[in-house]
Design a protein around this ligand. Structure first.
Ligand code: GLA
Ligand code: ZN
Length: 668
């Protein structure tokens, strides 16, 4: 693999949007601010293949080599998120069809069917041509496949090619149609099939849908996107074995199973937009930003890149807030703190044309460097030596939260209660730890749990014997487990289990039973924890503890007042909590206190003001990041750092200027 050890900062560059006479000035400015890499070409299909089979890479050759002469390397994106007009006109069958049967047209991006054989071939051809040409180019270090796979494809695609692909996928999974009929419970509403060729994609129906079919459709769709990527990965691996292959993920985006996609990639990337115009409060919450970065690191359990780090106002038609002085560097360093080894900013210069005219880059429309340029430049010169030193460092976390794409799919199909969402439940637990500076990993359902002191497993709705015994073995052997409402409800086919009372296969480890539940929607129920009163919402399991199970919290209103809401059960050498409701912040705080007093979980760092504290470790040395998310100066007390060294400012240890970050190096 080509060496990319010296790459720490870069930018997404679209030379094709600007006159070529400007490129040199761009390269000069980039080099001057310390950028070492650009990503290019991920939407430039027409520029590279203006007509079918006619290729022109001359402009890209010139851009790569000009940038190379300034010491800037290139990551090339395959342009397959934007098939050109000639292709769509000639092969209209590559356009995607939504669940209402409407074909989506040309004029935006992602107007492609990912199963279409002809489109796959066109993708192979362009990726192959690029790989052939740039495999040995000293300035090209790696590849990004497509762009944000899953983005805009949520309702796609229901064309005849996708229907056939779905049927083939089902045939492979079930072998014979009787097994499918059983797995999907097709006896309900006369949905039995005589043959796989009768099965439809999940188009809109007159009313209702089959939850088992929906779950298979979502799993199929995830596999399809993965396979769409593989189509390109295979050819690039073959032709360009010495360059890395990656992809830009989108945090908790849930169309494609990112753990699976990651298996094809050398490392994963993420696109981070803290001031996205879609956030109700004008800004993504600090804990949510941190969670997105932690989940990205968790997909491959290794450091990652940010392929698009916000560098200015984010917007299309309407725009998000203007970043305050210091915010952009602070967010870049937050990404580093959670495991990013390189930060690529989106994008170089604000574009004058097209959909994203208001998605601001490092340079404004005028191309004249301003505040964003200066702030990022200063940050890069200060931080680059530290980036070199910490490259590869990872956190050593003792808490894991299980994050499963399939469970999430099942809740998207049946939300259970108004306002209920899998990801927001997950984030409640994440925030419970974040607020106390306890760092966490996310873990896949099939991962080993034994390295973790505590595993939070929210909403294990779909359950099977293997998973249940893995969880109970973990607790029996000293692990600590938090289970929640809607666990053990269904089998893997999304059929309700009926062999035992809830939580079914998890009853033994949790030491409780649920015979009745109350889907609260946005209604509230009072909860009592000792002397304290809190609120539950969305859901209330009436938890019946077994004889040796402790009650941690009880309901304090409704007819089930006095019944258990949260329990703790000692099982083997570990403990299992069962949380029957979605709490307010106070309830989670009290739950965490109970967890702390029964486990070895402790952060060691008290939460101070708006300071986020995270660490990365390498060869017996830990790098502690203190991140000031506020626009005020904040002090932090010495927290057992002793004579530890602050890597960015040295003597100013103890006080963080607005949006400032300190990195404290400490040998263990
Ligand atoms: C995404 C995409 C980019 C661009 C930015 C800004 O993250 O990957 O191509 O569209 O958002 O909208
Ligand atoms: Zn299709």
């Amino acid at each position: 693999m080509k060496d990319y050890d010296n790459i720490h900062f870069g930018v997404d560059y679209y030379p094709e949007h600007w006159p070529e006479e400007r490129w040199k000035e761009d390269a000069r400015l980039m080099a001057e601010m310390g950028l070492g890499v650009v990503r290019m070409a991920e939407f430039s299909w027409h520029k590279m293949e203006p007509r079918e089979g006619v290729f022109d890479f001359s402009w890209l050759d010139r851009a790569i080599s000009l940038l190379g002469s300034y010491g800037i390397k290139t990551v090339l994106g395959t342009p397959t998120a934007a098939p050109p007009a000639w292709m769509v006109n000639k092969y209209p069958e590559i356009l995607p069809v939504d669940s209402k049967g409407i074909t989506h047209g040309f004029g935006g991006r992602h107007h492609d069917c990912q199963s279409n054989a002809l489109y796959r071939e066109r993708c192979r051809i362009i990726a192959g041509k690029m790989a052939e040409r740039y495999a040995d180019n000293e300035n090209v270090i790696g590849w990004q496949i497509d762009n944000e796979l899953g983005n805009s494809h949520s309702d796609f695609c229901h064309c005849s090619s996708c229907r056939k692909a779905f049927q083939d996928w089902l045939r492979k999974k079930y072998g014979n149609i009787d097994s499918l009929n059983k797995a999907w419970g097709t006896a309900f509403w006369s949905q039995e099939y005589n043959d796989f060729s009768e099965v439809y994609t999940t188009k809109v129906t007159a009313v209702g849908e089959n939850p088992s079919q929906m779950l298979d459709w979502k799993c199929f769709h995830s596999d399809l996107i993965n396979d769409f990527a593989k189509n390109q990965v295979d050819i690039i691996r073959k032709l360009a074995p010495n360059q890395f292959i990656t992809h830009n993920y989108m945090g908790f985006s849930d169309l494609v199973d990112y753990y699976e996609l990651g298996k094809q990639l050398d490392f994963v990337c993420h696109d981070q937009y803290p001031l996205g115009y879609w956030y109700p409060g004008g800004k993504c919450e600090n804990y949510d930003l941190a969670a997105q970065l932690d989940v990205i690191r968790s997909f491959k359990k290794k450091p990652f890149w940010i392929m698009e780090q916000e560098s200015g106002i984010a917007g299309s038609g309407s725009m998000g807030r203007l970043p305050k002085p210091g915010q952009i560097p602070m967010w870049a360093l937050q990404s580093v703190a959670h495991g990013a080894d390189a930060i690529v900013f989106f994008r170089w210069r604000t574009c004058t044309q097209g959909t994203e005219q208001y998605w601001h880059g490092i340079l404004p429309h005028s191309g004249i460097p301003g505040r964003s340029y200066d702030e990022i430049k200063t940050m890069i010169s200060k931080v680059t030596p530290v980036m070199k030193e910490i490259k590869g460092a990872m956190p050593n976390n003792k808490v894991g939260i299980i994050y499963s794409f399939k469970q999430n799919f099942a809740f998207q199909i049946q939300t259970q209660s108004v306002g209920f969402s899998y990801i927001s439940q997950l984030l409640k637990y994440y925030k419970m730890f974040y607020d106390k500076n306890i760092p966490v990993d996310f873990i896949a359902e099939n991962e080993r749990l034994c390295g973790y002191e505590l595993v939070v497993a929210p909403l294990l709705y779909l359950m099977n014997e293997n998973m249940a015994s893995k969880l109970s073995d973990y607790v029996e052997n000293g692990g600590n487990l938090v289970l929640t409402l809607r666990s053990g409800v269904k089998d893997d086919n999304n059929i309700c289990m009926s062999d035992a009372a809830l939580p079914g296969l998890l009853s033994k480890v949790s030491g409780c039973k649920i015979l009745e539940y109350d889907p609260l929607g946005s209604q509230k129920v009072e909860i009592e924890v000792g002397e304290k009163r809190c609120i539950g919402t969305r859901w209330a399991d009436i938890v019946l503890p077994d004889g040796d199970t402790e009650v941690v919290a009880r309901y304090a209103s409704e007819f089930y007042k006095g019944e258990a809401a949260i329990t703790r059960h000692k099982f083997g050498r570990g403990s299992c909590w069962y949380v029957g409701t979605e709490g307010d912040e106070e309830l989670y705080e009290l739950l965490l206190m109970d967890i702390k007093s029964n486990t070895k979980i402790n952060s060691g760092f008290n939460k101070q003001a708006d300071i986020e504290i995270v660490s990365r470790e390498k060869s017996g040395v830990s790098y502690l990041f203190l991140i000031n998310h506020s626009d005020k100066e904040v002090s932090y007390t010495e927290m057992g750092f002793g004579s530890a060294e602050e890597l960015l400012y040295g003597e100013r240890l103890g006080k963080l200027a607005p949006f400032e970050v300190h990195i404290i190096k400490k040998s263990k």
